[in-house]
Write a protein that binds this ligand. Structure first.
Ligand code: ADP
Length: 259
């Protein structure tokens, strides 16, 4: 049934148009940033010109996930120039603009302005801009919806009921804002014990797919909870850049998202 996901984000071959895809979740810690990085790397591998805006202004993680924490974007004609990463993905993150480890305690309007600078930057020939949103349905998300009108939103959730309830709320926010939810991804679905190989389901199983079906949203696929994904992410080597099963899973999701 994984093949049922319809691919909704059409790319126009004849007319290069930049598409913004928002990546959202109801809760934090469900793997939204990890998915954003790996989708971007997968799509870049497939020949797309992809950029990431790390709009998780209060907890930016893209610089670490892409192993370019030391980079500093410059400004040209009053606009930021995105930073290149070694995976062929351009990125702009608050994490590149403030000192690592320093807390950002902004009120909503300032966070909204910061987001504006990251999105309204010199993205050049970037075709697809994936925006890693903060979790939930707050000011940054509303600014995103109202000012930048993404072409679509991808929602990430674990299979756990609690996370799915919040994911449903996030879906409602996008749809109310006129942004179609182009797919749901289930992350941390199933854990293979590194010792005995037995598969267990710490956050339950199948809930993401069921919720997608219930809401009439395409199910883009599932990613297991895996030690290898966590380790690779921590060292800034996105699994999607590799050829193992995890890389394959992320690439399959990328293929379903874009045509
Ligand atoms: P979010 O952006 O939703 O807050 P993150 O992408 O930062 O979530 O992920 C939260 C934590 O879980 C990170 O430590 C990340 O490395 C880890 N993680 C995410 N997805 C997986 C996975 N499929 N398997 C193992 N660890 C994961």
């Amino acid at each position: 049934t994984e093949g049922v996901a319809e691919v909704r984000v059409a790319m126009m071959a004849d007319r290069p148009a930049r598409r913004i895809i928002a990546i959202g979740s109801g809760k934090g810690g469900v793997g939204k940033s990890t998915l954003t990085t790996n989708l971007a790397v997968a799509l870049a591998r497939a020949g797309r010109k992809v950029g990431i805006v790390d709009a998780d202004i209060y907890g930016p993680s893209q610089p670490k996930l892409l192993a370019n924490e030391g980079e500093r974007p410059v400004a040209e004609n009053d606009k930021l120039v995105p930073v290149e990463s070694r995976w062929g993905v351009r990125v702009l993150s608050m994490g590149h603009l403030v000192e690592p480890g320093r807390a950002i305690a902004w009120r909503g309007p300032m966070a909204g302005r910061a987001l504006g600078q990251l999105i309204d930057a010199q993205w050049g020939d970037t075709e697809l801009l994936l925006v890693d949103l903060p979790p939930g349905t707050g000011d940054v998300q509303l600014t995103m919806l109202q000012r930048f009108k993404p072409a679509g939103a991808v929602i990430v959730s674990t299979p756990q009921d609690l996370a799915l309830i919040d994911a449903t709320r996030a879906m409602q926010m996008f749809e109310a804002g006129g942004v179609p939810v182009v797919g749901l991804v289930e992350n941390m679905a199933g854990y293979a014990c590194p010792h005995c190989g037995e598969i267990s389901d710490p956050f339950g199983a199948g809930g993401g797919e069921a919720t997608a079906a219930e809401k009439g949203v395409p199910f883009l696929g599932r990613i297991p909870l895996a030690l290898g994904i966590r380790e690779a992410s921590d060292t800034g080597t996105p699994p999607a850049a590799g050829d193992d099963a995890h890389g394959e899973a992320f690439r399959a999701i990328g293929d379903r998202l874009v045509r």
